[in-house]
Ligand binder design. Structure first.
Ligand code: OAD
Length: 264
């Protein structure tokens, strides 16, 4: 049996619901925590198995790929293997439902993610990826985009091989289409995120440690433009600009929050 949320968390959800009920424009930023209940480790979780002795920061960089492309490619193939069978959890589903309801009632609801998995899409959301996509590669030379199928029945053995892959057009090496440390965010996605943060009435940070900029700065942009800020995280960040904190796992909090908004 799933334990009831505490009285304190229930009160936090009610407070957030009142704030959201009157909002005409909502901007949501998700991080690794939103996929935690689907079984995907967050970024600050220690790596396991073969990769235990590596730090993500030392593998996710252009320098690391230039030094040892096979090592970096193998790590991403391993990460793909970790998420290949993962499914959206109640947090992804509630966000997709919320987005659909908002569209029907003429509200603006922009969903932005730092995650590279495709669980928001699987849940039915329209989402803007700030840090790229795990199931997409890019030629390191000519920048051509090449999709990689996440479907395990679609020749998964080949798809998840550790062998480096060359671009069909120019022969350059394919790399994951992911924003690595030291690289710029995709311009169009960032512009959408910045505008949505500046224009929203309520900004919601879900499952992010708010440590990695510029994404972490979106809540500040929203606040500077007069928005209220809500955080959903079982281990709230020491973020002083947050107006309401819901200190619960997103998969527990979001369905309740949505229900509470509809009940008002
Ligand atoms: P982190 O791993 O830094 O933080 C995950 C956050 O999720 C933590 O604050 C957890 O407390 C919280 N959390 C854990 N379980 C949760 C749950 N069930 N519900 C809600 N929250 C939960 O992940 P991000 O903030 O997403 O960048 O990391 C940001 C970026 O840092 C990543 O996108 C990645 C990394 O460097 C790139 O790869 C470019």
């Amino acid at each position: 049996m799933v334990a009831e949320l505490s009285a304190q968390i229930t009160a936090q959800i009610k407070q957030a619901a009142v704030m959201l009920k009157s909002a005409k424009s909502i901007c949501v930023l998700t991080g690794a925590g939103v996929s935690a209940e689907s079984g995907i480790p967050t970024f600050r979780d220690k790596q396991t198995g073969l990769w235990e002795k590596f730090r993500a920061e030392d593998l996710a960089s252009p320098d690391a790929f230039a030094r040892d492309p096979k090592l970096v490619w193998s790590w991403y193939q391993w990460r793909r293997q970790q998420v290949i069978d993962k499914k959206p959890n109640p947090a992804h589903l509630a966000l997709a439902q919320w987005q659909e309801l908002a569209a029907k009632s003429g509200l603006t609801f922009t969903l932005i993610t730092q995650n590279v998995d495709d669980l928001h899409e699987q849940a039915g959301s329209c989402v803007h990826h700030l840090h790229g996509r795990l199931w997409q590669n890019r030629c390191n030379n000519c920048q051509k985009i090449v999709k990689q199928s996440p479907n395990p029945s679609n020749n998964a053995a080949q798809a998840l091989s550790d062998e480096l892959v060359n671009c069909n057009d120019c022969g350059g090496l394919l790399r994951p289409d992911i924003v690595w440390f030291g690289e710029a965010l995709p311009e169009k996605e960032w512009q959408i995120a910045e505008n949505a943060a500046a224009d929203c009435d309520v900004f919601i940070n879900i499952g992010t440690s708010s440590l990695v900029y510029p994404a972490a700065g979106l809540a500040q942009i929203a606040r500077q433009h007069g928005a209220q800020v809500i955080e959903i995280n079982p281990h709230p960040t020491p973020n002083t600009i947050v107006n309401v904190t819901i200190a619960a796992p997103a998969g527990r909090a979001l369905p309740k929050l949505l229900k509470q908004i509809s009940a008002l």
